[in-house]
Design a binder for this molecule. Structure first.
Ligand SMILES: C[S@@+](CC[C@H](N)C(=O)[O-])C[C@H]1O[C@@H](n2cnc3c(N)ncnc32)[C@H](O)[C@@H]1O
Length: 272
């Protein structure tokens, strides 16, 4: 199924307006291949018919298209080093100087693997730190991903991508061919829909934010806006963890760079 140039411009404009995801010319194949199943779902014979539907402002179709154009690639303990820094650097710092509740934000949480990885590390840490509690707040723009993360149910293939056996046996129940997180893991987590380009709502002051592998989808002004929004939620001195290919450099001067052996993290300098 192919997309006319004017339809590509219309679709990418609509997606940018709703999600800030920046799809430049050159991404025609990606857009076409992601929209073909949406057209089939709505019974449209081709992408032109689907775009007519979008132009009529069919809410369900618009939501489905934005959903289809988000890239949800993720895995448990993705890249490992940020999770080591979480356990070895950030949590000890919060033990010394933090409040009674450690609030972690998994911003752009996709299907939940990042949030649940952090929850498992916290389940190791909390018993050694009596008096401390923790919450992990997952947000994502995609309602489908929020529903998947909330379900906490993963296929064997997803489990194979990064879940250590010691955590699998302790914290997951096998249901048919899938694995579901146990209640004590779920109890630490919650997931909600949220657009990072908008000021955050409903979050407590955050100690640590994992904002990984999502800035890459935004244009420059949006990257700056997202980092400013993150700072609104992050406590002064709070930690920011980005993806391996991402940095605050030349985007936001209010973050201080902290180089650890294997990973660079950032701390909120508290500017406005
Ligand atoms: C590639 S995944 C990254 C998942 C996880 N953070 C990781 O690193 O494994 C990017 C996620 O960002 C979400 N996303 C894209 N634009 C967003 C926006 N404006 N606000 C919130 N989430 C967004 C997508 O729905 C997708 O689930």
């Amino acid at each position: 199924m192919t997309l006319a140039d004017t339809d590509f411009t219309f679709v990418t404009g609509m997606v940018r307006q709703r999600s800030s995801i920046d799809l430049q010319p050159g991404k025609e194949y990606l857009v076409e291949s992601r929209l073909a199943p949406v057209a089939r779902k709505f019974g449209d014979k081709d992408l032109t018919a689907l775009v007519h539907r979008l132009r009529r402002n069919d809410r369900e179709a618009c939501d489905a298209v934005v959903d289809a154009l988000t890239t949800n690639e993720t895995s448990f303990f993705r890249d490992q080093h940020p999770f080591d820094a979480f356990s070895n650097l950030m949590l000890p710092e919060l033990k010394r100087n933090g409040g009674p509740t450690v609030n972690v934000w998994s911003a752009a949480s996709s299907s939940g693997q990042e949030a649940y990885s952090l929850a498992l590390l916290l389940l190791d840490w909390l018993p050694m730190n009596p008096g401390k509690t923790a919450r992990i707040h997952g947000t994502d723009i995609s309602p489908t991903m929020v529903a998947r993360a909330t379900a906490g149910k993963f296929s064997q293939l997803e489990i194979n991508r990064g879940m250590p056996v010691k955590y699998l046996v302790k914290y997951f129940d096998q249901v048919g061919r899938d694995w579901i997180v146990k209640p004590e893991v779920r109890a630490l987590t919650s997931f909600r829909q949220g657009n990072l380009a908008m000021p955050p709502v409903g979050l407590p002051p955050i100690d640590i934010v994992f904002l990984r592998n999502v800035l890459i989808y935004f244009d420059l002004p949006t990257k700056r806006q997202v980092l400013a929004n993150v700072r609104k939620a992050l406590k002064p001195g709070g930690f920011l963890v980005l993806g391996g290919a991402e940095s605050t450099l030349s985007l936001d001067g209010n973050f201080a760079r902290v180089e650890t052996e294997k990973v660079v993290i950032f701390r909120n300098g508290g500017g406005t």
